[in-house]
Write a protein of this length. Structure first.
Length: 366
């Protein structure tokens, strides 16, 4: 029996991905936390199935989305997977509450945030140490998942902007060879602009964060007791008991460099690992991703012109938009067809508007 309940599927996916995280985690204590989270999500899936009158023995297998995220984890590292899982926890919590509400089930409070469950597992794990907790926190806040999201959105920016430009010029000229010149010029201008903007963004952020980190080190050197108290309060705010929080903070403060790393992450919200990235490298990636998306609507005009090139450009761009919409579902969890078709519709509307404006301008100039 094939199950179609989205909430049950989402729980099964979370169970599968936490299990994969545990299998690829070198730190046995943290791996044990992931195994417990997998068991918790399995329990949620079975509870969900009972609420929705779905036989628990027929629970479905991981979706294509979960399997794709696992492939991404294998290629780019499982920090990507953890980041994506944390992004979906709020949706899972809301789904549990809605299902219980429909079935007049009591709300116990544990449903409101699966991240709290994760912290509860961490807290009750006897072997967990302050350094391991900080290690987990760094993975939780890693920008890995955001890097993939940025790649998808960068390709989308290139495709939509150049597609709209090409259609605008095609509307004014009827699709003659001048469209190719305008498309390539727009592609290069957009790619260079994106690259420069990314370089400035990364460089300025690095300089700002480096200054803040320097100030934080001065505070550790001159007022270690105050910084230790700050750590205690931060961990208590996460729901960790005061005595345990004090032990963790005291252990972390034994090593000033490690204490500085933890406080930078906890107090300032800065991940020092991200500052190691090259601004030049970020600019190059931005250039390539924008170009990759933007070249799609231009290619047909390299080989042909007129209405045939316009039609081919629309078809190839629509296909590219669908792929981007499908890639976005890795982060949103939405239906593949819904997200892909929505992306096509929005992209075609933008292109149609610029085509119409270009056509009117072309008539006026003629």
């Amino acid at each position: 029996m094939k199950m179609k309940n989205k909430n049950v599927q989402t729980e099964i996916d979370a169970c599968y991905l936490y299990r994969k995280l545990s299998e690829h985690e070198s730190d046995e204590t943290v791996a044990n936390v992931f195994r417990q989270m997998s068991e918790i999500e399995q329990g949620h899936a079975e509870a969900f199935a009972r609420l929705e009158n779905i036989p628990t023995e027929n629970l479905i297998q991981p979706s294509w989305r979960a399997r794709t995220l696992n492939v991404i984890g294998n290629v780019f590292g499982y920090d990507q997977v953890l980041n994506s899982l944390m992004d979906t926890e709020k949706g899972l919590s809301n789904a549990v509450i809605s299902a219980k509400g429909r079935n007049n089930q009591p709300i116990t409070g544990s449903e409101t945030n699966h991240v709290k469950i994760l912290w509860s597992v961490l807290e009750n794990e006897k072997k967990i140490s302050g350094s391991q907790l900080a290690k987990f926190e760094s993975r939780h806040h890693t920008g890995g998942g955001n890097a993939i999201r940025a790649a998808v959105l960068g390709g989308n920016d290139g495709l939509v902007s150049v597609f709209s430009l090409v259609m605008g010029v095609a509307g004014a000229t009827g699709g003659n060879r001048s469209v190719l010149l305008a498309g390539i010029a727009g592609l290069l201008a957009g790619s260079l602009s994106m690259a420069l903007g990314e370089w400035i963004s990364v460089k300025s952020s690095q300089e700002l964060y480096e200054n803040q980190m320097s100030i934080e080190m001065d505070e550790i050197e001159n007022n270690p007791e105050g910084e230790q108290k700050e750590l205690v309060l931060i961990y208590m705010a996460k729901g960790i008991p005061e005595e345990h929080a004090k032990e963790m903070a005291a252990e972390i403060m034994k090593d000033k460099s490690h204490a500085h790393e933890v406080l930078v992450k906890e107090e300032l919200g800065i991940n020092p690992e991200e500052l190691k990235g090259s601004a030049i490298e970020a600019a190059v990636y931005s250039f390539l991703l924008f170009t990759l998306g933007g070249i799609i609507p231009v290619i047909p005009f390299i080989f042909t012109s007129g209405i045939h090139a316009i039609i081919l450009s629309i078809i190839s761009s629509a296909f590219g938009l669908f792929l981007i919409g499908g890639a976005i579902t890795l982060f949103t969890g939405k239906n593949l067809w819904y997200s892909g078709l929505r992306q096509i519709i929005f992209g075609l509307i933008a292109a149609a508007i610029t085509f119409g404006i270009g056509h009117l301008i072309g008539i006026a100039v003629a």
